[in-house]
Design a binder for this molecule. Structure first.
Ligand SMILES: Nc1ncnc2c1ncn2[C@@H]1O[C@H](COP(=O)(O)OP(=O)(O)OP(=O)(O)O)[C@@H](O)[C@H]1O
Length: 557
């Protein structure tokens, strides 16, 4: 990033709230007037919108970091603004001049409490990278470890505080005087946006995110996440292990290093599926600057300032969701999205279902092609204009991150296939979900057997029949937990019980008959009752004995 010679207004040392308000209101008024003028002249072509988009980008750049971030956030909202605008805003690079290294050093010294020489053995004054919120310098710790120090732009928080007030005022005015904007729920968007922005400028939060992300991938050595040096980290300074890498979309260098792009794609897709579906914690901004490839082909992740959360899913739920998308099953997709908190459950879900069905319909005759999501942007916008709801930000983050990832994969291999790249993850998922469901079924069957001991033998019979079939099909294997002698003892015990009940039945019957013949009918009835009860106990023990025998045979197999 090149340093700009002319100082932008937002870089001023002193920026009065009134002056800032005038600048922001002036820029908004100019933008709205241009829109109104185009509308008045009936100029509503894609080319006009593209031009307006470009002008908007320049205006946002002049207004500085808050507005650059607003532009970047809006570039994911094809549910809110037309495609030409999202495209123009998507190009909104962080064209912000890097700041003076002396200022960076001053921030580090005040945040970490020590002079730069006591903190670091070496500190590279020339930044490695610069962005709207901060810049990254290379350094060496006194212990010899190579690190990068991410330093926040001086005065950034003050500028955000100023803009927080100014934009709130602007939102209230727009809501009050321009009824057409009310459908955008600007107040909610404003809260959502600043909530995320304040999180992004808290580097302690970013460090914690990095730690959490690293833990989620601890078992996967091909995913690298820089270690956080907490002793050298504060709210405005983040010190990370130096992990240099090749830019993820630099196919030539990747191939020159003998790294297989297909393996990288697979690792990237698997990693994202895990983030989205299993961990429910994902990097919502996977642009090529936030990912790199190490010399030995591992995937490196940078930047954990914009992590988003969704409800993680159990394995079988994940599978159902994935297959619902692949099968284009609207109901299934909607219920998964509701479960993950990506759609708000409403009494009338018809508009949502209509929208999901529209999206899935686009792929009716062909496999799901993520690139097509982007091309559908303008149609989506038209649909949203007619729908009485907007999507939660996370949903748009997912669409954006998945489509960005798809773009990166295509840059590496234009022939790549999403389904093929997802296969390893799905395979593992299917296996563990299958194991999980087998265990569940076994538990259920065992439960019904136990229940049988208290209630009906027929349930146990059915459960055993199912177990038998599954064992025969090789799906289940029993681990023998009781000793053979123990099992024989139990059967003998049951057989003795049967014998006793049989004797008691016979004896009661005999006594009952004798009493009846000896003209004691009342006593005879009591003994016949006792005989029937013993007979019932006999039958129950016999069926238990039969079940026991079959179970033992299964175990012996
Ligand atoms: N641990 C690291 N090791 C090596 N290089 C790094 C490291 N962290 C960041 N970088 C480099 O610095 C660049 C910017 O880092 P990062 O994305 O974290 O900054 P940022 O200010 O959040 O930028 P943006 O918000 O635009 O993504 C990365 O693209 C990468 O080239």
């Amino acid at each position: 990033m090149s340093a700009s010679s002319s100082l932008q207004p937002w870089q001023r040392r002193k920026y009065s709230p009134f002056r800032r308000q005038m600048d922001v209101f002036g820029a908004t008024a100019r933008f709205l007037t241009r829109l109104w003028w185009d509308n008045f002249l009936g100029r509503n072509t894609p080319e006009c919108r593209r031009q307006q988009g470009r002008k908007l980008v320049n205006q946002l750049l002049r207004l500085g970091p808050t507005f650059i971030k607003i532009g970047q956030a809006l570039s994911t909202r094809s549910d809110l603004i037309p495609l030409e605008y999202t495209e123009a805003l998507g190009e909104l690079q962080d064209r912000v001049p890097e700041f003076d290294p002396n200022e960076a050093i001053a921030v580090i010294e005040s945040e970490l409490g020590g002079s730069i020489h006591t903190l670091f053995r070496e500190f590279d004054r020339f930044p490695l990278a610069a962005a709207s919120l901060g810049q990254v310098h290379r350094a060496t710790l006194h212990t010899g470890e190579l690190v990068v120090v991410k330093v926040q732009r001086p005065g950034l928080e003050e500028l955000f505080n100023l803009d927080f007030e100014v934009i709130h005022r602007l939102v209230r005015i727009l809501n009050r005087y321009i009824p057409a904007v009310r459908k955008y729920e600007l107040e909610a968007l404003y809260n959502e946006f600043f909530g995320l922005l304040y999180q992004e400028i808290d580097y302690i939060h970013e460090g914690k995110n990095a730690d959490r992300f690293r833990e989620n991938f601890a078992e996967q050595p091909h995913i690298l996440v820089p270690k956080v040096y907490w002793r050298y980290t504060a709210r405005r300074v983040l010190t990370l292990e130096y992990l240099p890498g090749i830019k993820i979309d630099d196919r030539q260098t990747i191939e020159a290093c003998d790294i297989n792009p297909d393996q990288l794609i697979q690792a990237g897709i698997t990693c994202y599926l895990q983030q989205l579906l299993k961990d429910g914690f994902f990097q919502s901004d996977p642009h090529p600057g936030n990912m790199a490839v190490s010399q030995d082909g591992h995937l490196i992740f940078y930047d954990f300032g914009t992590m988003a959360e969704v409800k993680s899913m159990a394995q079988d739920q994940m599978l159902n969701t994935f297959f619902a998308v692949m099968k284009k099953d609207t109901e299934g997709v909607v219920s998964s999205l509701v479960y993950m908190g990506l759609l708000e459950p409403k009494p009338d879900m018809t508009p949502v279902k209509r929208l999901v069905s529209f999206v899935l319909d686009q792929f009716r005759e062909k496999p799901i092609d993520l690139k097509a999501f982007e091309q559908m942007g303008s149609e989506l916008y038209i649909m949203f204009e007619q729908q009485p709801f907007r999507l939660p930000a996370q949903m748009m983050f997912i669409i954006k991150s998945v489509t960005t990832l798809d773009g990166i994969a295509r840059a590496l291999n234009p022939q790549y296939n999403l389904l093929a790249a997802s296969t390893p993850f799905l395979k593992e998922l299917t296996q563990s979900a299958r194991k999980g469901s087998l265990v569940k079924q076994l538990a259920q069957q065992t439960k019904s057997y136990i229940r049988y001991r208290l209630t009906r033998p027929s349930d146990a019979e059915r459960a055993i029949a199912q177990l038998e079939t599954r064992i025969e099909q090789g799906e289940l294997q029993f681990r023998v937990r009781t000793e053979t002698s123990d099992r024989i003892l139990k059967r003998v015990y049951l057989a003795i019980k049967c014998l006793i009940y049989a004797c008691m039945t016979g004896f009661s019957l005999l006594c009952g008959t004798l009493l009846l013949l000896g003209s004691y009918p009342n006593w005879a009835i009591v003994l016949f009752g006792l005989a029937s009860f013993c007979f019932f106990l006999l039958l129950r023990s016999l069926s238990r004995l039969a079940v026991r025998e079959r179970l033992d045979k299964l175990v012996e197999k």
